[in-house]
Design a protein. Structure first.
Length: 164
């Protein structure tokens, strides 16, 4: 009986280590693909601090799923949404939003084309768009989802997280 318990505890420990390492790995993929004027900010440390703020710090948030507002704090600054909701983004008041985290859940989502200028131009405080992929893909496939991205971008960050 003690042997089974030890095996079970060891297995549980391995599972925790695996989960933790995958979370750390995902956070290491927070890559600013471009910043203002297409150059990296002064130091990598500053980049990580700002990404931490936009993506992980406690901010008032809203959730749009399948084109419906599921949850929203008053004057939310971070918006979580799925790819299916991108076409309905103009139906919502998003003037206070600083960061948008878009979930890519399927290969079909990668076929969606987003006219960047039309879709996001009305969100005047937007500083960060982060694409969080739940599927294996490439940076190029995700980038190809976006068309009409201005050459002088108003965003501080456009990042992608792809599982490894």
């Amino acid at each position: 009986m003690k042997k089974h318990r030890a095996i079970l505890q060891f297995s549980f420990l391995l599972l925790l280590i695996f989960i933790f390492s995958s979370k750390v790995s995902a956070q290491e993929n927070d890559v600013p693909l471009f910043t203002n004027n297409n150059t990296l900010r002064s130091t990598e440390k500053n980049v990580n601090k700002e990404l931490q703020y936009y993506l992980y710090d406690h901010l008032k948030s809203g959730v749009i799923e399948n084109g419906n507002l599921k949850f929203a704090d008053p004057n939310f600054k971070r918006l979580y949404m799925d790819v299916a909701s991108i076409s309905s983004i103009s139906n919502f008041e998003l003037s206070s939003v600083e960061s948008i985290i878009i979930k890519v859940k399927s290969l079909n989502d990668l076929n969606t084309r987003v006219n960047y200028s039309k879709t996001f131009s009305s969100i005047t405080n937007l500083k960060c768009i982060y694409i969080d992929c739940e599927i294996e893909t490439t940076k190029q496939q995700v980038e190809s989802m976006f068309t009409n991205v201005p050459s002088t971008n108003i965003l501080n960050y456009f990042g992608i997280n792809i599982p490894q």
